[in-house]
Write a protein that binds this ligand. Structure first.
Ligand code: SF4
Length: 93
């Protein structure tokens, strides 16, 4: 019998799996949060599922925390561009 390995959920391979959640979901975006966000995004740069994570965050409009290497503010700006691109693609058929 042929055996296959199926990754059912990209989150199982997340580099942040055992990280302190407060790094990825800091309170606010100033003060201690600046360092926490920097540490979280540094972990993201070594993550093998960074693209899946970002795609999920954009599609499900995750407003809080660091996802896919992006802080809340950066991801908000990215999502506006992502939505505009998706709209153009949809209109083009
Ligand atoms: S990209 Fe960052 S937030 Fe997303 S799973 Fe990887 S380490 Fe976690």
């Amino acid at each position: 019998m042929k055996s296959t390995i199926t990754i059912t959920d990209w989150r199982e391979s997340a580099a942040c799996l055992d990280s302190d959640p407060s790094l990825f979901f800091p309170v606010g975006s100033t003060g201690p949060a600046v360092g926490q966000i920097a540490m979280a995004t540094a972990i993201c740069t070594d993550c093998h599922v960074i693209e899946d994570c970002l795609q999920y965050a954009l599609e499900t409009n995750q407003e809080s925390g660091v996802w896919g290497g992006y802080s809340e503010e950066d991801r908000r700006r990215l999502r506006k561009r992502w939505l505009a691109k998706r709209r153009r693609r949809h209109l083009a058929g």
